[in-house]
Design a protein around this ligand. Sequence first.
Ligand code: SF4
Length: 213
Amino acid sequence: MKPSFTRPFQAAESDVPHARDTSTFLKARLAFAEFARTSDGKLHLLVYGKVITRHVDPIEKKPVVHYMPGSKIFSIATTGCNWLCHYCQNFDISQRRKVEGSDHSPEDIAGMAVSHGCQGLAYTYNQPTIFVEFARDVGLEAHRRGLVNIFVSNGYGTPEAVSVMGGFLDCITIDFKGNGETEFLRKYVGIPDAGAIFQTIQETRDKTKIQSK
Ligand code: SF4
């Protein structure tokens, strides 16, 4: 069953009266419609359990270099992203306008990580907060099996998302793109500014025990 998805989407809800390229924000709203949909007054996560890719990676590739060095990490992603980066190296996943992927339960994913001899899971290749409910369910199952959970994130979350992350996440690396420069973010990423990223970093530091990189 797909869970309700109540986290607000900041790019879609932002009031950007001085946006230099408003069409970019419109595209962001359309992109969002591909992985979550409103029904009965709630947002529903369409990519729950839809795993588009999975790989075994060294933890250093995430890149996480001061947390469990030498570990093997089972990496997963869904389709979709809340950003529209022109330079995205995973654009075929992040910008895919379809819900696609193999169906897997949280137990399947945690079991695969164990069977590959991994010490943890990474939620990566696209922005993991867009599928945070699925990541949470996988992550709790991973904890039951003694594995750790890592987010590779753009940091564009909300306090609600950070609160959910605090319940299962052990480590996060936030890629701060373009030094947070507003013109860069509007032109190449499709968000109004870096305010939400700073807020996520601060909330993660102050309100959770997640290791931040
Ligand atoms: S946030 Fe990351 S995954 Fe999403 S479009 Fe940008 S580079 Fe790609």
